[in-house]
Design a protein around this ligand. Structure first.
Ligand SMILES: Nc1nc2c(c(=O)[nH]1)N[C@H]1C(S)=C(S)[C@@H](COP(=O)(O)O)O[C@H]1N2
Ligand SMILES: [Mo]
Length: 406
């Protein structure tokens, strides 16, 4: 028999690792065949996620949290959402992982191994809030295509790595640089090696911020594979699509980066408000930069019951892209009146902030608690929905939970 019909040793070894036991007659398995036990894997086990996470799509994998799962001040890996545009890289060999800095506006193209990056540049840690631009999409009407995220495509973990600025400056930035664009090791769903699933970026000012990292650790451990192991760009406060996972190349561009999902209507909203359902020309769509003010009640879970006469403690987080949140309020009368919550300062710039309050209810019955954050420039969350946009981005409506006083 010709060898090429049969599976390669490395593929067999990785399947064995995934199954946790030897595939005894595996050498006879046809090439490209996936053993049944791996055809419908448990995604929670496979990615180390909590089984209460919600799978939105398996091709590619997309998984979101629920509000009550995000109660920790620092999001643990098991509650961190997964948003993939393509297929997660397989058989990663960190000893061979390189990062190349190139592009029209690099002074000298340079390639660094992972260990060079770690030893040559100073390390920094920041807690950074990453929210998918499409978080909340499911509520728009008329509906927008794409993953129907509810509220769980947001996280705030502590990322450790080197500053992107230090690496870019080591290679040298030409004076005509305007943007950076990332390239990564995931593959296009078609498996066409010429196609990239996503290749986005940010203007130089964002790339050069102190908090913009090339990270190799999350919450003090290796980054989980699904969240970008072994190297990830993290740009807090901007749509999380800017935070490229599995990064192996960053281009310093002399124009706005034109990689996959940077052009057309991807991650863009109408430059000026439009009516729901209105068609918008590509040239009237603007790239999303800093994310809008938003908050989540992470305790209690919606549907909570409380005994009459008892006070209900609530808590959660609020964030506002590049800005700080300056005020946090709650309402129990559907937004007619609002009362202040206590609000903490962020652990650092671009980290979410924690709020808490204690609520009294007048009598037995059904209530809703609505939460509303206001950013440092005085912009508050809209109560039910923000302006409609064709791709369903930036839904920062107030989070609401149902409560019964019994
Ligand atoms: N290489 C690569 N980076 C990527 C993506 C991807 O599909 N491939 N998805 C982006 C999008 S749209 C989001 S919202 C975040 C999600 O990050 P997470 O899966 O770690 O939560 O990663 C971004 N970085
Ligand atoms: Mo995203």
């Amino acid at each position: 028999m010709k060898r090429r019909f049969f599976i390669e040793k490395t593929a067999l070894a990785s399947m064995t690792a995934l199954l946790g036991t030897e595939i005894v007659l595996g050498a006879s398995m046809p090439k490209g065949y996936t053993p049944l036990a791996l055809q419908d894997p448990d995604p929670f086990k496979m990615f180390g996620k909590d089984p209460q996470m919600v799978v939105l799509n398996s091709k590619p994998w997309n998984m979101e949290a629920q509000a009550h799962l995000l109660d920790d001040k620092i999001t643990p890996a098991k509650f961190m959402f997964i948003r993939n545009n393509g297929l997660i890289p397989e058989n990663i060999d960190i000893d061979k992982w390189n990062l190349t800095i190139d592009g029209e506006s690099v002074q000298e193209e340079k390639t660094y191994s992972l260990s060079e990056l770690k030893s040559k540049f100073k390390r920094y840690s920041y807690q950074l809030t990453l929210e998918c631009g499409g978080n909340g999409r499911s509520e728009f009407d008329p509906p927008a295509k794409g993953n129907q995220w509810t509220i769980g495509a947001v996280s705030s973990a502590v990322w450790t790595g080197v500053r992107l600025r230090d690496v870019l400056e080591d290679a040298g930035i030409k004076s005509d640089a305007v943007y950076i664009g990332y390239h990564a090791a995931d593959s296009h769903l078609s498996r066409d090696p010429e196609k990239e699933p996503i290749s986005r970026g940010a203007p130089m000012a964002k790339a050069l911020q102190d908090e913009t990292l090339l990270a190799f650790e999350m919450n003090g451990e290796d980054i989980p594979l699904a969240n970008g192991y072994p190297l990830r760009l993290v740009a807090g406060g901007w749509p999380a699509s800017v935070s490229g996972k599995w990064i192996n190349r960053i281009s310093i561009r002399n124009k706005v980066h034109d990689g996959t999902k940077m052009t057309g209507t991807a991650y863009r909203v109408p430059c000026n408000p439009v009516a729901p359902g209105e068609k918008v020309k590509d040239e009237d769509m603007c790239i999303i930069e800093s994310m809008p003010v938003k908050s989540l009640i992470t305790y209690p879970k919606t549907g909570a019951k409380i005994a009459e006469g008892k006070k209900l403690k609530i808590r959660g987080h609020a964030w506002a892209g590049e800005l700080e949140v300056s005020k946090m309020e709650f309402s129990i009368d559907f937004g007619a009146t609002w009362q202040n919550c206590s609000l903490e300062k962020p652990a650092n710039r671009l980290a979410w902030q924690h709020f808490a309050s204690s609520i009294s209810f007048p009598k037995k019955g059904y209530y809703e608690v609505w939460a509303r954050a206001t950013d440092a420039q005085g912009r508050a969350q809209p109560m039910l929905l923000p302006g409609w946009n064709p791709k369903g981005y930036l839904n920062n409506a107030c989070h609401r939970i149902a409560v019964k006083v019994v």
